[in-house]
Design a protein around this ligand. Structure first.
Ligand SMILES: [Zn+2]
Length: 162
């Protein structure tokens, strides 16, 4: 199978080979690095998750929460780099299958760590639950507020990657 095209990653590579780190906290600079490497295209999501992701963004906008698509699909190499950068800790990342995406309220992007206690995150989590079929990283023990993924039960086993 031909490798997926990641326009976002190429664009950033041309602009700056290194992420900006001056004066930023390690976690914030790591987040910037994560943004720099990932695809932000809905078309890179799996066909099962894409309609849910599109609806979540639309419902957030409808509720007055303007969101930025931080990341959709990641390559295995990008995930391994994130583990090295300590912005990911999972063995198998759902982004690799296109079954997860990260979105964040635009107004929180300039705040270090994106203000995880901000009520807009809870509002986005509630919207995702209203749509159904989506697991929100904000509900996890180790919270990942911007992360939304296809519920494992919605994955159709017959076409699951081997
Ligand atoms: Zn994520």
């Amino acid at each position: 199978m031909a490798p997926l095209h990641f326009a976002g990653a190429q664009l950033v590579e041309q602009r700056s080979p290194k992420p900006p780190v001056g004066g930023l906290s390690p976690s914030w600079s790591a987040t910037l690095m994560e943004i720099a490497m990932a695809s932000t295209k809905f078309d890179d999501l799996s066909w099962e998750f894409k309609p849910l992701a599109l609806e979540l963004v639309a419902r957030c906008m409808e509720a007055g929460i303007c969101v930025k698509i931080v990341c959709t699909r990641r390559t295995l190499e990008e995930h391994q780099q994130n583990v090295k950068n300590k912005v990911s800790w999972t063995k198998h990342c759902r982004h690799i299958d296109g079954d997860a995406f990260d979105i964040a309220p635009v107004e929180l992007l300039k705040i270090p760590d994106w203000a995880p206690e901000h009520p807009k995150w809870q509002a986005m989590g509630a919207i995702a639950k209203g749509i159904g079929g989506i697991t929100w990283g904000g509900d996890w023990h180790r919270k990942d507020m911007c992360h939304f993924e296809l519920k494992a039960a919605r994955r159709i086993p017959a076409i699951q990657a081997v």
